[in-house]
Design a protein around this ligand. Structure first.
Ligand code: PEP
Ligand code: MG
Length: 325
């Protein structure tokens, strides 16, 4: 079966009715690139950069970051690498960045909030990413966005970095695409406003489910309540996908939900343009995609949105998958 799935590697990620979806990998280290390619990943949809900052004394400087990003970008080219700026805090801790213990780290000074608080740290990362953009195809995105001001502030810092590189005569990607993670409920609610500010959305379901349902993503006693098919989550995904498309931007998903074949018909029906997942999941998701029709998936979603519980949605989707796929 594994062999059979791996044969899908070089076949296009396209539905029976000719609709393409880009299937990409989530990575943290350059060592994961062979597996990404071996499973047919069409680039990196989420490069988590936290590892460069964790389990070490001090912080990486611009050069160290540039080398790390450039290695990955060169190895994945011509396919794109979507680099997320530092998402430290919450469940991911860095040695030298934390100011004090927090009562609610998941809702604390983390991710983009921390980057904006420490502009010198943020700028070294942004300059490194901008420079790595010359080695291939890079897109940049910001984690934990909860409002418009954060996006505008982050983009203002990005413009400053561009100015600095320009005046120093250092080459960088002038046309870098910028996006945001949609993983905080307020970002879902104002998705139409956020869509005017960026080139793409990437939905982080790991955190979006945690914050929408108030279920700690790491608490095993609550695992039964952590429901990707909860009607509130489905409605949120629809809001985000519709807002993105109304504004003419791409909508991607890089949370774990993207790598579960059961959810593929829903994500296809909602119109997700790209899915990013652990590389080993790509063949299974592609197998379902290649047996699907976009038109059927749209009908399936319309029906799925009428159910009142996750259990009802799940049994409906399961029966549809066994009947059609
Ligand atoms: C997410 O929240 O879904 C996500 C992809 O980011 P992380 O798991 O790194 O928080
Ligand atoms: Mg997240």
């Amino acid at each position: 079966l594994e062999q059979e799935l791996l044969k899908l590697k070089d076949l296009p990620a396209v539905t029976l009715d000719g609709h393409s979806m880009r299937l990409m990998g989530n990575i943290e280290f350059p060592e994961e690139i062979p597996s990404l390619k071996g499973h047919g990943g069409q680039g990196v949809g989420l490069y988590r950069t936290e590892m460069l900052y964790m389990n070490r004394p001090g912080l990486p400087d611009e050069e160290e970051q540039y080398r790390a990003y450039a290695t990955i970008v060169e190895n994945v080219a011509p396919e794109p690498v979507t680099i997320r700026t530092l998402d430290i805090g919450g469940d991911k801790l860095a040695t030298d960045l934390h100011l004090e213990d927090e009562m609610n780290p998941a809702m604390g000074l983390r991710a983009i909030r921390l980057s904006l608080r420490r502009p010198e740290v943020f700028k070294s990362q942004l300059r490194a990413i901008l420079r790595a953009g010359c080695k291939g195809s890079v897109r940049l995105f910001f984690p934990m966005i909860s409002g418009i001001e954060e996006v505008r502030s982050a983009k203002a810092v990005l413009r400053e970095c561009m100015e600095e590189l320009r005046s120093a005569g250092i080459p960088f990607d002038e046309k870098i695409e910028t996006g945001i993670m949609i993983e905080v409920p307020s970002a879902v609610t104002i998705a139409d406003l956020l869509a005017r500010e960026v080139d793409f959305f990437s939905v982080g379901t790991n955190d979006l489910i945690q914050y929408s349902l108030a279920i700690d993503r790491t608490n095993e006693h609550l695992a039964h309540l952590y429901q990707p098919l909860h009607p509130a989550i489905l409605r949120s995904l629809k809001t985000v996908a519709d807002a993105a498309h109304a504004a003419g931007i791409r909508v991607c998903m890089c949370g774990e939900m993207a790598g579960e074949p059961l959810y593929l018909p829903i994500l296809l029906g909602l119109g997700f343009d790209e899915l990013s997942m652990t590389a080993v999941s790509i063949p299974r998701v592609k197998k379902i995609l290649r047996r699907a029709r976009r038109s059927d998936a749209e009908r399936l979603v319309a029906r799925a949105l009428t159910f009142a519980t996750a259990a009802e949605v799940e049994s409906f989707v399961k029966s549809e998958i066994s009947a059609r796929f």
